[in-house]
Write a protein that binds this ligand. Structure first.
Ligand SMILES: [Zn+2]
Length: 357
């Protein structure tokens, strides 16, 4: 599918902009064709879009733009962005996956001479693979995240005082991607890209409710006092970050809040952490909220690291919407169990819509 076809298919931009212009959905025609073999499926996008459309039937639909990596460059290094762009041009099957090598500094004797060699230096785990479709999706999701942020900022300027919501159904996900390194199936840090764009217009809070720590988002803003990053997650992945004592760099003390929960925690343990997160966001008094929405805290999704029921996503939706902040939502983890994803997404967006009614 080329971009002309995309534009034709999505030529409805602005056609539904009316009293509901405060709510917009950012679609990406490529996401539903991507596969992460055995691990992440596009169902989180399908489910989140269906739930969002049901809750907000008059939402405007935006046309995704291609930007040749410009949005990704707002938080990632040029060499890494160039590597991902190179990944889009590789013929499918040309790269020998799995690589089974992670190029830790001590291992590196010579500069890598192949795509595989460079790949080994750009990802911190083996499951993240720069396949052509994944790289293409990453570039589009990054562009959509920035485009969605611009739309959110523009909408708020137009409708001051009204709540606004933009959904970016981003695939691949993003919150594990660091400025120069990807991992955890994430190539570009979509939530961070949106937050960076929104921070041009005021302070931004990022709330990450994926089951796993938002280590990439944290890394991007660790020393930036204009962005508060908050993550509620099961203790564990990615094992080397996500601890409570990580509270921000020397230039931004207190700008990062990690709320790790014991493995296997249910909503009784989750809810106080959510309240702590929301209180911190209220204290920070941001102009915008970016929500990194994973569904893997649902008990069937994330291998039991957290054990929320689907209906608890309704509580999450109601409480977060209750902040009454202009909000951009990116999608994070989901492990392929369609019904539980659809349920959780349904509870979440229905509650959000109810809160704003
Ligand atoms: Zn996750």
């Amino acid at each position: 599918m080329n971009s002309t076809e995309n534009s034709t298919q999505n030529s409805t931009e602005n056609s539904t902009v009316n009293d509901d212009a405060v709510i917009a959905e950012m679609t990406d025609p490529y996401v539903e064709t991507q596969e992460f073999p055995g691990i992440i499926y596009p169902t989180s996008v399908t489910a989140t879009l269906a739930a969002f459309r049901r809750a907000f039937p008059a939402a405007a639909r935006l046309v995704p733009e291609e930007d040749d990596g410009a949005a990704a460059l707002s938080v990632h290094s040029r060499d890494y962005v160039d590597f991902v762009k190179e990944g889009t041009r590789r013929p499918e099957g040309a790269t020998k996956f799995p690589l089974n090598v992670i190029a830790l500094p001590e291992l590196r004797v010579s500069e890598p001479r192949t795509f595989e060699g460079r790949h080994a230096g750009y990802f911190f785990d083996e499951v993240t693979q720069a396949r052509p479709a994944v790289c293409e999706g990453a570039l589009r999701s990054a562009a959509a995240s920035r485009q969605g942020a611009r739309r959110l900022a523009g909408t708020v300027a137009r409708d001051a005082g009204r709540p606004a919501l933009v959904l970016v159904p981003s695939r691949p996900p993003g919150h594990h991607a660091l400025p120069g390194v990807g991992g955890g199936l994430c190539l570009f840090a979509n939530a961070a890209i949106a937050a960076r764009e929104l921070s041009r217009g005021g302070r931004v809070a990022v709330l990450d409710i994926d089951q796993d720590h938002g280590n990439g988002t944290q890394a991007v803003f660790y020393d930036d006092p204009s962005v508060l990053t908050v993550s509620i997650h099961a203790e564990g992945w990615p094992h080397v970050a996500g601890f409570a004592e990580e509270t921000g760099g020397p230039g931004a003390p207190g700008s990062n809040l990690n709320l790790p929960l014991p493995t296997g925690s249910g909503f009784d343990a989750y809810e106080p952490a959510l309240e702590t997160a929301l209180e911190a966001i209220v204290r920070f008094d941001p102009a915008y909220l970016v929500l990194a929405l994973g569904y893997d805290a649902q008990r069937e999704q994330g291998f039991g690291a957290l054990r929320l029921e689907s209906e608890h996503f309704g509580v999450l939706g109601r409480r977060i919407a209750g902040l009454r902040l202009p909000t951009l939502v990116t999608t994070e983890g989901c492990y392929g169990y369609y019904e539980s994803t659809a349920e959780a997404a349904g509870f979440f967006f229905d509650a959000w819509a109810e809160q704003w009614r």
